[in-house]
Design a protein around this ligand. Structure first.
Ligand code: F6R
Length: 349
């Protein structure tokens, strides 16, 4: 089943362009999206969206928050499911809930769903498994069409969740974005990168210490959180995803000679701010690696990705970080598809 690939994770990373294209085929009837009208009007009537999720799906939710706020103007909050279930924040008058889960079986989310249903709230679940508990029990369910994800570390599901959140946000208002076109540009950009990547060399040169930092601002900060989770869970390297501007407020004390710092830069407006944070860590001996989109490129950058729509940059920026995790784990001879202490679906709270 793995075909030419040594591991499911590598296969699933490489499937990502096809996953994005499959979503477009499944969700578009020529130019109009197939998102149900009843779902669209339920969201239009709400005054605030609450996205609940865990782990990688929560990180997709953060990208979703930005999509919803920028495209629909509806304030959107993201909450960790295990916290929300027992420490419910003050809710708005007409909340709408989106629960994001690859497996559709995560117990922390089930706890939220049960709670919310007793209050008669409308709930959408976005899962990869239409027969899952969360998909069956919600008011609305959307499928991400990523195909079975076997590796414990989630990759293609994350990309697919963002694509669905983007399509959904774009269906709520008269949007000027041609999301079908923009997502197919993303699919091409991922494919283009995967065809020419040389991540293994960078992993050998840079990830030589037991710790690592990802830094970025805005959406790149969110990508850094996901990148660091992925690196921790399969390479066991202690990694932190950090808002680039916040590093100097204390954590920079941890930077010493050779500490790996991976910078994510995809927003021209804050390019120079992150570069100045890079200078700060370099001056303290950090071993830096720059992952950038072509609209932010400078001569010293190592990994250059195609520029895509600004709201969708996380979908391309995350791909080199997935491969960094994969190769770092491979170099350390870890069980990549079944990392220690983890299960694919977490059915205990
Ligand atoms: C990370 C990972 C986990 C899951 C989390 C939520 O690679 O796989 O962090 O994302 O356990 O799982 P789902 O999405 O199935 O609810």
């Amino acid at each position: 089943e793995k075909g030419v690939y040594a591991h499911y994770m590598l296969k699933e990373i490489n499937e990502q362009p096809a996953v994005v294209r499959r979503i477009l085929t499944n969700y578009y009837d020529t130019e109009t999206s197939r998102i149900p009208k009843s779902l669209i009007s339920a969201i239009q009537q709400s005054d605030r969206i609450y996205i609940l999720a865990a782990g990688t799906s929560m990180h997709a939710g953060l990208i979703g928050k930005n999509l919803f706020e920028k495209i629909t103007n509806i304030p959107t909050e993201v909450h960790i499911a295990s916290e929300f279930a027992y420490q419910r924040p003050l809710l708005s008058k007409s909340p709408f809930f989106i629960l994001v889960s690859q497996s559709g079986e995560t117990a922390d989310l089930r706890a939220c769903l049960v709670e919310l249903k007793t209050s008669n709230y409308q709930i959408l679940t976005i899962t990869n498994v239409p027969s899952s508990t969360l998909a069956r029990e919600a008011t609305f369910a959307l499928e991400i069409h990523a195909g079975p994800e076997i590796a414990v570390a989630s990759t293609k599901a994350y990309i697919a969740q963002i694509a669905i959140l983007a399509l959904l946000a774009n269906s709520i208002t008269e949007s000027s974005i041609d999301m079908k076109k923009e997502l197919s540009i993303v699919a091409n950009a991922i494919e283009n990168f995967l065809a020419n990547e040389s991540i293994l060399t960078h992993v050998r040169n840079k990830l030589t210490k037991p710790n690592c930092f990802y830094i970025g601002r805005g959406l790149d900060y969110y990508t850094g959180l996901e990148a660091s989770l992925k690196l921790k869970e399969i390479s066991y390297i202690q990694t932190e995803g950090f808002a680039a501007g916040e590093l100097k407020h204390g954590t920079i004390a941890l930077i010493e000679e050779g500490t790996p710092v991976i910078a994510l830069i995809s927003d021209p407006k804050i390019n120079h701010n992150t570069r100045s944070n890079l200078n700060e860590v370099s001056a303290r001996g950090a071993n830096t690696l720059h992952i950038v989109t072509s609209n932010c490129e400078e001569p010293e950058d190592e990994i250059i990705l195609d520029t895509v729509h600004p709201l969708l940059t996380p979908m391309i920026m995350v791909v080199p970080t997935q491969l960094i995790s994969y190769y770092a784990a491979l170099e350390r001879s870890h069980d990549i598809d079944k990392p220690r202490n983890l299960a694919k679906s977490v059915t205990v709270e």
